[in-house]
Write a protein that binds this ligand. Structure first.
Ligand code: NAD
Ligand code: IPM
Ligand code: MN
Length: 361
């Protein structure tokens, strides 16, 4: 049988609850498909701060580097929000992404027919939505220098971050985006703020310069403010979207709500080589943590993305995705996607329903 080393990073808040469900699902699929998974858990985020004093212990990064894939749940919480920047949970996650060289973040937003009524938009607006956001993940304003809070000579404070992209950084995410679009409906929309920002002008120029290498792909450009509006006005006009780190963060949360809940959206983060990182788009949801209320499906679908994009096991990924469709068909819903005529379940019961669905496939 094929054997894979998987690092599990449960993190904070609802993280451990949804990770338990994903691991149970992976174990069952492993048995069914004769795949051996060796799981190693490691601390990250607030849990790591409490245990070791730092949000990304060197040992966690090393464990991730040595594994075939990394499955992360979520990090963060109120109790760590006032620590100095370098000690915050979010800094640990950003360090992990940078440390593994994961510049390409794929965030698919697909409307499942079962959930069309769960979106805050009208069902006829969201029907058929199938968008892939390709977000640059290791550059832009999240990482640009200079950054900091600086004191001027007159004693006034100035907060500074820098949105920077090199041509090479744009080219490599641009190529991932063109290749992604080529495998989909061949429509690629690049989102920037080139009417105001030089960094976006370079972004747009480089995307245009790549286009001749992908003659089948239809490349268009939108300013980010218009793109945000278009996503809620008529989301079906989009197929593949490519954008920088900050705009991608914001637009992927908008895209999430088209699908009914941010609790449904998985993601894959990939580099040029080495293990990929797979995590839901949502955060640690401290407002519902520890209450068995979390929707584990984004986490479970992230495990499916891990099988497909990280471990080259598309059949096993497909089994998991089918199980998700089945539990929704059977009417099971966590609170965030509850609708008329559906049955409210908690996180754990949703996990059991997934196992039952896998067993009946
Ligand atoms: P959030 O995504 O954690 O929560 C936003 C809202 O969505 C909350 O009402 C929450 O209850 C709900 N929600 C999120 N996931 C859900 C799920 N699976 N099931 C049901 N409801 C769900 O965003 P936030 O509140 O802005 O951030 C909370 C913490 O998470 C912060 O510390 C933030 O930095 C962190 N965060 C981490 C990640 C990550 O680990 N990748 C991503 C986003 C935010
Ligand atoms: C996400 C999150 C992270 C980001 C935070 C927690 C650092 O919001 O994965 O979308 O901004 O990238
Ligand atoms: Mn985000």
């Amino acid at each position: 049988s094929t054997s894979f080393h998987i690092t599990l990073l449960p993190g904070d808040g609802i993280g451990p609850e949804i990770m338990d469900v994903a691991v149970a699902v992976l174990k069952r699929v492993g048995q069914q498909m004769k795949l051996a998974f060796e799981f190693t858990s490691a601390p990250i985020g607030g849990a790591a701060i409490d245990a070791t004093g730092t949000p990304l212990p060197e040992s966690t990064l090393e464990t991730c580097r040595r594994s075939d894939a990394v499955l992360l749940a979520a990090i963060g919480g109120y109790q760590w929000d006032n620590l100095p920047r370098h000690l915050r949970p979010e800094t640990g996650l950003l360090g992990l992404r940078a440390g593994l060289g994961l510049f390409a973040n794929l965030r698919p937003a697909t409307i499942l027919p079962q959930l069309a009524g769960a979106s805050s938009l009208k069902p006829e607006i969201v029907a058929g939505v199938d968008i892939m956001v390709v977000r640059e993940l290791t550059g832009g304003i999240y990482f640009g220098q200079p950054r900091g809070i600086f004191e001027a000579e007159d004693g006034t404070l100035r907060g500074v971050n820098s949105m920077t992209y090199s041509a090479a950084e744009v080219d490599r995410i641009g190529r991932v985006a063109f290749e992604t679009a080529q495998k989909r409906s061949k429509r690629l929309c690049s989102v920037d703020k080139a009417n105001v920002l030089e960094v976006s002008q370079l972004w747009r120029d480089r995307l245009n310069a790549l286009a001749p290498d992908y003659p089948e792909v239809d490349l268009t450009h939108l300013y980010v403010d218009n793109a945000a509006m278009q996503l809620v006005r008529c989301p079906t006009q989009f197929d593949t979207i490519v954008t920088g780190n900050l705009f991608g963060d914001i637009l992927s949360d908008i895209a999430a709500m088209l699908t009914g809940s941010i609790g449904m959206l998985p993601s894959a983060s990939l580099g040029a080589s080495g293990p990929g990182l797979f995590e839901p788009v949502h955060g640690s949801a401290p407002d519902i943590a520890g209450q068995d209320k979390a929707n584990p499906l984004a986490q479970v679908l992230s495990a499916a993305m891990m099988l497909r994009y990280g471990l080259n096991q598309p059949e096993a990924a497909h089994r998991i995705e089918q199980a998700v469709l089945q539990v929704l068909d059977r009417g099971y819903r966590t609170g965030d996607i509850l609708g008329e005529g559906t049955q409210a379940v908690g996180c754990q019961a949703m996990g059991q329903a997934l196992i039952d669905a896998l067993d009946s496939e």
